[in-house]
Design a protein around this ligand. Structure first.
Ligand code: ZN
Length: 139
């Protein structure tokens, strides 16, 4: 649970759960991290596809892969970047996120589909013209 309608949020770094009431909106009150769920409405700033050197060693592939970056800002002007991989094999999935300067693997357990903003998924799907998954699980 990273966020819900009651306003509770969970820090992606220390997993502390807190209420948005009475706390600075985009900072974890426990550890001070800015790696907390988005605040307010998200704005899509940019979607960009890039050819990247393959860095995923476990796939034992070399060469260029296409990575789609979706860059959003929340109402505190914090940058949230989501990286879509698997485009070249027609299995696009959001597998990495960067909130401010903190980078995450979206394959970690706490990253459910609900933890990824709909705005990010929608922008990726619009750009690629196909369904985009989250993490490395079937959903
Ligand atoms: Zn924290």
């Amino acid at each position: 649970m990273a966020q819900d309608m009651d306003g509770d949020r969970q820090c992606f770094e220390c997993e502390h759960v807190y209420s948005v009431l009475g706390t600075p909106p985009a900072v974890c009150p426990n550890c001070g991290s800015r790696a907390v769920p988005p605040v307010g409405t998200l704005t899509v700033l940019e979607t960009r596809q890039q050819e990247r050197k393959e860095t995923v060693v476990r796939r034992a592939l070399t060469g260029e892969v296409t990575v789609l970056e979706v860059v959003l800002a929340d109402e505190t002007d914090r940058l949230l970047v989501f990286y879509v991989t698997g485009i070249d094999r027609n299995e696009p999935r959001i597998t990495v996120a960067r909130y401010d300067d903190v980078r995450f693997s979206v394959t970690d357990e706490m990253w459910t589909r609900e933890a990824v903003p709909d705005a990010a998924i929608d922008a990726a799907e619009d750009e690629l013209g196909t369904i985009v998954g989250v993490g490395d699980r079937a959903d």
